[in-house]
Every structure is written in structure tokens, then in C-alpha cells.
Write a protein that binds this ligand. Structure first.
Ligand SMILES: C[S@@+](CC[C@H](N)C(=O)[O-])C[C@H]1O[C@@H](n2cnc3c(N)ncnc32)[C@H](O)[C@@H]1O
Length: 440
């Protein structure tokens, strides 16, 4: 039998350390403490706190007691804060959260690629609360107690914390939580409920993710959900697996969300930026940096349903927009046609090499990308080989993979000219940013 090398498991002796200062915050928003030359990361504490902690892993520790609070510490206003895994920075003032996010981006760029942006612009920010236009809620049905729990997962656990209000959700969505919980608990299909998505669009949208062999809703469920949608002025959709969502009523129209180029039609379940107000500024800023014009041939990667694409192509540039989810590619192409825009929407897996990909044209002179958290290493490697690309705008929701990919672009002859952080996810450690690269 083949033998494989298995690294030895290191067991860490739990050790209690008392009265130590927190000296910094890491990029995941955890406090940093130092012991015998080692750094340990502790959730829920801020620089300037003096704490007692227990070392629980190679680099992990848990806070046992805050002996003295830092001046940066604020009282988290959400009543679910201690259990809910949603917001992990509510104990830090919004001003300090923003300063921290700016610092993290600079540090990660240095750490991964020894890169410094020529210019680090001031953070783009808006409201710190009630900013989320979408949420994914976990559901659990307890048949013995006949009880449905609707809420968010607890910190580092699968347990669901029931929530009846949420301070980061838009007010319209937060107010839906209680009636929704009540209505879902009455459904025949309650056992088939996987999770629920809420989206604040033209009218609020509720998407039920079901498991099992559901092909239609029972007449009783149809009626209950119709009543919910009339009472709460919302639209209900349901889907099994990756199938296109089915509308509760055949008259239901696809929802739209406001974008920098007029409203965009989408299917509930499609990717949607979390923060409606900042999305508008994100798109305006990123497209201004790309500076598209009628003689440009632009490649856009990770295009979604066209949030940036429609704005870029409105300049008259020729745009090839690549996306991995077929229904979003169709939406994008249809909306480009309605607006008479020069967009070729393409379905492709951008983790694959571009050899023999018909859409990969040597004439592209600019590129725009907005990948998921995993980043865009393959795309960046390909862009360094693209003969005519001299300008790249990269929107990222993960500064660590952005920094890694910036290193790839730098090796390939691009220079990071400027970076701007966008505070899309206040109260959490998550960071959105825009980077502009051009050829050295
Ligand atoms: C952060 S979203 C951005 C979408 C769009 N730019 C927007 O603002 O709405 C990332 C997009 O990349 C797509 N995606 C993720 N991995 C992909 C891959 N390997 N190939 C193609 N598309 C991918 C996702 O489906 C998603 O639409």
C-alpha cells in the first residue's frame, strides 16, 4: 500500500497568561498578543485592552477576562453580538474600524508582494448600520418541539442563533424577520427548508432554498406564502439546488437593483453587492479609474449580471464580459441588448488557462476584474502575458488574495498606482478595495 507523508500533529499545551496588553489587530480583526516571541490571535479584543487569555492553538488564544478596556473599545449595540457570528468588530468604533482597514491593506501588500501603492486614497464610507441589502439566513426545524429557528450561525459553530432584528440589515429586511419566521413555521415543506435569502430590491424578495425532490408547492403552502407576500408586500421565490428560482406567482416580475447605469434586473440568488449605497460609489470610482473610451477593447472578468459591465460599455468601449454562472451571463447579455451596448457576455471558468479560449483576444488593451474571495491568480498570470493590456482595475473583497495577485502582476511588469478601500461591510473585518495597475 502506498505510504504518504503525514506531518506530525502538534498538540499545544493550554496555558493561561494573565494581565497582558493587546498590541495590534490582524487582518481578520483579531487582537494580537505576544508571549515568548510568539504571536497569538484573540477574537473580541482591541489594541490597548489588557487581558487574561488562554493559549489554545499554535497561534490561537481565547480571552478569559478584560482587565482594563482600551479607549478604542465601544459597547456593541446589537443584543445578539456575543453569540452571533455575523459582525465581529462591533466592539471597535467605526472610525477605528476604518483606520484599521486602511492599515491592513498596506500591511498585506508589503507582506505578500513587497508592494506599496503609489497612492493610498482616503476610505470611501457611508452609513455604519442598516446597510445590507441581502442576507442569507440559516433555518432549523425541530419536529419534536414543532419549532422553527431562523437566524445566523453562531461564531465558529453550526448552531443557529435566532434573530428577530438585525442592525446591519436594511430596515425593510430587518422588519421581515419576525413575520417570516412565523410564516415559515406553518409550511408543509418546513422539513425541506435549507436556508433563506432576503434581498432588498424594488420590493423585498424572499428566496427559499429547498432540499429533496420538491417539484411544486402544495396548494396550502401556496396560499400561506401568498398571504405573507400580500401582508408584507414582498415577492417569494423557491429553488431546489442550482435550478433557476421559481416564482410563487406566475405574474411575478424579476426584481431590479439600483446601479450606476440604471437599474439592473437579476434573479434572486444571483450575486449582489452587499451594500447598496456604497455599490454605487464603488462602480462610479472603479469605472472612472478604468477610463473607458470608444477606442478601447476591454476584458471584464467575474462580471456577474453586469453591475460594472453596463457602466463600462456605456462609454462606447467594446466589452467582453466573462462570468461563470450561465443565468447571470444570459441576464447580462439581455440587458446589454436592451440598452444597445457593445457587450459580448461569455460563460467560462476563469480558473482555467486561456489557451484555445475563443473569447481571449490579443486586442484587449484594458482589463477589469472583480473576483470572489479566492482572488484571481490564474487571470492575473494570463494578463501578464496579454500583449496589449496596459491598464487593469481590480476590485477585491479579500485584501490577502488581492495582495498575492498584485505580486503576480508586479512580477509581470505592472505597477500598482493607487488603492482605495471601500467600507462595504461596517462592523465586520471584511474589506473591499479598488486597485489601479498600469504597465511600468
Ligand atoms: C464578487 S462577484 C462580482 C460580480 C459582479 N462584478 C458584481 O459586482 O455584481 C464575483 C463573480 O465571479 C463569479 N465567479 C467566481 N468564480 C468564477 C470562475 N472561476 N469563473 C468565472 N466566474 C466566476 C461569480 O459567479 C460572481 O458572479
Amino acid at each position: 500500500m502506498a505510504q504518504f507523508y503525514r506531518p506530525k500533529k502538534t498538540t499545544v499545551k493550554r496555558q493561561r497568561i494573565n494581565a497582558q496588553p493587546v498590541v495590534g489587530l490582524d487582518h481578520q480583526g483579531r487582537g494580537i498578543v505576544r508571549h515568548q516571541g510568539q504571536s497569538y490571535f484573540v477574537a473580541g479584543v482591541v489594541p490597548g485592552d489588557e487581558i487574561d487569555y488562554t493559549i489554545t492553538g499554535k497561534h490561537q488564544a481565547t480571552c478569559e477576562r478584560i482587565r482594563q478596556s482600551s479607549e478604542q473599545r465601544v459597547a456593541p449595540p446589537c443584543k445578539y453580538y456575543q453569540q452571533c457570528g455575523g459582525c465581529d468588530l462591533q466592539h471597535l468604533s467605526v472610525t477605528d474600524q476604518r483606520a484599521h482597514k486602511q492599515r491592513v491593506v498596506g500591511e498585506l501588500l508589503q507582506k505578500y508582494g513587497a508592494i506599496s501603492a503609489t497612492e493610498m486614497l482616503p476610505i470611501i464610507a457611508a452609513e455604519g448600520w442598516h446597510y445590507r441589502q441581502r442576507a442569507r439566513l440559516a433555518v432549523h426545524w425541530n419536529p419534536r418541539q414543532q419549532k422553527l429557528t431562523l437566524g445566523f450561525r453562531a461564531k465558529q459553530s453550526k448552531t443557529i442563533i435566532a434573530v428577530e432584528q438585525c442592525l446591519t440589515l436594511s430596515a425593510a429586511l430587518s422588519e421581515l424577520l419576525r413575520p417570516l419566521q412565523h410564516a415559515l413555521a406553518q409550511l408543509d415543506l418546513v422539513k425541506q427548508l435549507g436556508h433563506v435569502e432576503l434581498i432588498d430590491a424594488t420590493v423585498p424578495q424572499v428566496l427559499l432554498h429547498l432540499h429533496g425532490a420538491v417539484t411544486e408547492l402544495s396548494a396550502a403552502d401556496q396560499q400561506r406564502l401568498m398571504q405573507l407576500s400580500e401582508q408584507q408586500q414582498l415577492q417569494v421565490w423557491w429553488r431546489v439546488g442550482e435550478a433557476l428560482p421559481s416564482p410563487l406567482s406566475p405574474e411575478q416580475e424579476l426584481p431590479r437593483y439600483p446601479s450606476a447605469s440604471g437599474s439592473i434586473e437579476f434573479y434572486p440568488g444571483d450575486f449582489l453587492q452587499a451594500n447598496a449605497a456604497l455599490n454605487l460609489q464603488l462602480v462610479e470610482t472603479a469605472v472612472a479609474w478604468l477610463d473607458p473610451n470608444t477606442s478601447d477593447q476591454i476584458l471584464e472578468c467575474f462580471a456577474g449580471a453586469g453591475n460594472f459591465s453596463l457602466k463600462i460599455a456605456a462609454s462606447g468601449a467594446q466589452l467582453t464580459a466573462v462570468e461563470g454562472v450561465p443565468s447571470m451571463v444570459e441576464r447580462l447579455q439581455a440587458q446589454a441588448q436592451q440598452r444597445g451596448l457593445n457587450i459580448k457576455a461569455v460563460h467560462a471558468d476563469l480558473d482555467q488557462p486561456w489557451r484555445r479560449q475563443k473569447w481571449a483576444q490579443p486586442a484587449f488593451n484594458k482589463a477589469f476584474l472583480d473576483p470572489a474571495r479566492a482572488g484571481a491568480r490564474q487571470v492575473c498570470e494570463e494578463l501578464t502575458k496579454a500583449p496589449a493590456v496596459d491598464t487593469i482595475v481590480y476590485v477585491s473583497c479579500a485584501p490577502d488574495t488581492f495582495a498575492r495577485d498584485a505580486g503576480v502582476l508586479q512580477q509581470g511588469g505592472f505597477k500598482l498606482r493607487k488603492v482605495q478601500v471601500v467600507d462595504m461591510f461596517p462592523q465586520t473585518h471584511h474589506i473591499e478595495l479598488i486597485g489601479l495597475f498600469s504597465k511600468e
